[in-house]
Design a protein around this ligand. Structure first.
Ligand SMILES: C[S@@+](CC[C@H](N)C(=O)[O-])C[C@H]1O[C@@H](n2cnc3c(N)ncnc32)[C@H](O)[C@@H]1O
Length: 297
């Protein structure tokens, strides 16, 4: 089960107002949305966005059960389209925006889309649950991209030290037959990296899987477009909370927010991290970092 991360800290950060309008850009199964919905009450408006339609359907079931629930809009879309999503709903501005980036525990462990190296699954890694022919998948990257481009994403998105060795081994292996599953890929990565790397605490496939997922879903492009939209759609003194889970993600968020300094003020000088108690209860929260900004003009 997915336990919402930094729940109290992000709700406090949003300074939720009764009757206000809020966007959860990464609703998943409503871990944060449910609490936002309860706090804004029946006069409020909540916009629940996610690319994962199965998660959104479960979120709807949960949110429907709340008494005195606000007006809720469920939007199966990429949060990079925030401005047009709000335009379509005829909502001019909002009081708060939450983005809890990355993927949920269910997506990692149960989606069958190849996010985890622990299960042998087809190489997909798409957040979007819709099947479309034009969709980039991990299979396409692994089997069709050039060696240099692959090495670039492994290094650029996940700081993978052995990016070149891994990309080279992938290209060699796919000459024999297409690489179709996560375990085939794990086996190739294992053969490309030194023995000492294979015995580290962090699994040797972690960074490759992170980089592929980021490339498949154009995560950096989406985050940048979301941050571009934030000052345009937030009301004056409105707040946005962004939770990241690894250094590449946090670097992009920090740099992009700094680029908006004339309209967005950082509320917390240092990132907010989970308490020891939260880390103990939910080890997945360990790497979470929360940044809060407020619209100042
Ligand atoms: C960490 S989970 C959110 C968990 C949620 N806050 C909770 O506690 O239940 C991240 C969610 O964001 C979604 N997601 C990731 N990138 C997205 C994007 N660019 N647009 C919309 N949804 C996205 C994923 O499908 C996933 O459901």
């Amino acid at each position: 089960m997915h336990i919402p991360v930094l729940l109290k800290e992000s709700l406090d950060g949003l300074q939720i107002k009764k009757g206000g309008t809020y966007v959860d850009c990464t609703t998943n199964r409503a871990g944060h949305s449910i609490e936002i919905a309860k706090e804004i009450g029946e006069k409020g408006i909540l916009i629940c966005i996610d690319l994962d339609n199965e998660a959104l359907a479960e979120a709807k079931e949960k949110l429907d059960k709340i008494t005195d629930k606000p007006e809720i809009h469920f939007v199966h879309s990429n949060f990079r389209h925030l401005t047009s999503i709000l335009e379509n709903l005829k909502i001019e501005s909002v009081d708060g925006i939450l983005a809890d980036l990355g993927l949920s525990s269910e997506e990692l462990d149960e989606s069958g889309r190849g996010f985890s190296f622990r299960f042998d699954e087809p190489l997909k890694m798409t957040f979007d649950t819709e099947e479309r022919d034009d969709m980039t998948t991990a299979y396409e990257i692994i089997n069709n991209w050039g060696e240099e481009s692959m090495a670039d994403i492994l290094y650029g998105f996940a700081d993978e030290t052995y990016s070149h060795r891994i990309a080279h081994r992938i290209v060699e292996r796919r000459k024999e037959k297409p690489i179709a599953t996560t375990h085939e890929l794990v086996d190739i990565i294992g053969g490309a990296v030194p023995a000492a790397y294979r015995h580290k605490k962090t699994h040797y496939a972690t960074k490759t899987f992170q980089a592929l997922r980021m490339a498949v879903n154009d995560e950096i492009g989406s985050i940048k477009e979301l941050i571009d939209a934030i000052p345009k759609v937030l009301k004056l003194n409105g707040r946005a909370c962004i939770i990241t889970f690894h250094s590449t993600e946090d670097r992009i968020v920090k740099q992009s927010l700094r680029g908006k300094a004339e309209s967005l003020k950082m509320v917390n000088k240092k990132v907010i991290v989970p308490s020891e108690e939260e880390e103990k209860e939910n080890p997945r929260s360990r790497s979470a970092q929360l940044r809060i900004v407020e619209k100042i003009c």
